[in-house]
Ligand binder design. Structure first.
Ligand SMILES: [Zn+2]
Ligand SMILES: [Zn+2]
Length: 268
């Protein structure tokens, strides 16, 4: 992935910056919908995260999207495999370059959330109802192309229980939706990598299972967080609008919203 920087530069207009947590921006997934109907004021977590973190063995408070996205955008179409990023490039190369560029700058931010360096990298298996069969194994491939993550990757760590696929498809989490293969999770700090975060049902179900099997910390890194700018909730529309007001840069992240030292300087 030596050309990850050059590769992603070509696609910078496709990404949209993710805001740090604040009132109106969910502290877990950094987006919305986030409007409490009772008070009209923002919740600390969005409606999806509220629903998907209930009734689990445990959940993660740490979801780090690299970009926001909405339906009917190029990024969304690439992530859900409706199209390739460019004729000569593969979707997995695009995703790997995106993850590599981000991880290179923000490994310390992610490790800070985990309480130390990651000891394992895992991917979230797709469930049968939602993806074409050929897309099943994309994320293990993607992680395999990112040098810093490949050496910690345990490809078969998580396995979907397809009997619960319809629960996840309904945007509900379930503590038994995934099984863990093998052991060695006691005290592990796990980076869970996925392509798209919609409700968090998959990510939180997977996190729950890892925690139940002994993981000390789970941080979820996703390429894109889907939001609905047309939501009745005013916070989603504002988050989406703001994400167009400033250009995306790999030097920033939603954890600390800093500019990495490698950047060309501080944007004001
Ligand atoms: Zn959320
Ligand atoms: Zn960062």
């Amino acid at each position: 992935m030596g050309d990850a920087e050059a590769f992603t530069r070509e696609f910078l207009p496709l990404y949209h910056p993710v805001p740090p947590a604040r009132p109106g921006v969910c502290r877990i997934c950094h987006s919305g919908p986030n409007d409490s109907e009772a008070t009209g004021g923002p919740w600390a977590t969005c409606a999806s995260c509220k629903r998907t973190t209930e009734n689990l063995y445990g959940h993660t408070e740490h979801v780090v999207p690299i970009s926001l996205t909405a339906k009917d955008t190029q990024l969304y179409d690439i992530v859900v495999r409706k199209r390739d990023p460019a004729g000569r490039r593969k979707r997995s190369d695009f995703l790997a370059a995106t993850v590599a560029c981000f991880y290179r700058r923000h490994a310390a931010c992610l490790q800070g959330l985990a309480g130390g360096p990651f000891t394992l990298v895992a991917t979230i298996p797709s469930t049968r109802t939602e993806r074409p069969i050929e897309a099943f194994h994309t994320m293990p491939q993607v992680v395999g192309k990112v040098g810093a993550l490949a050496r910690l990757h345990r490809p078969l760590l998580l396995e979907a229980d397809d009997r619960l696929a319809t629960v996840l498809a309904g945007r509900r989490s379930h503590r038994a939706a995934f099984r863990v293969r093998g052991d060695g999770l006691a005290g592990a700090r796990v980076l869970l990598v996925d392509d798209l975060f919609v409700s968090g049902a998959h990510a939180q179900s997977a996190a729950s299972r890892l925690i139940e099997n002994g993981a000390a910390a789970v941080v979820v890194l996703v390429v894109a967080r889907l939001i609905n700018p047309a939501s009745r909730d005013p916070y989603s529309a504002r988050i989406w609008r703001e994400s167009h007001d400033r250009p995306f840069s790999f030097d920033r992240c939603c954890v600390s919203d800093h500019q990495a030292a490698t950047g060309a300087g501080r944007a004001s």
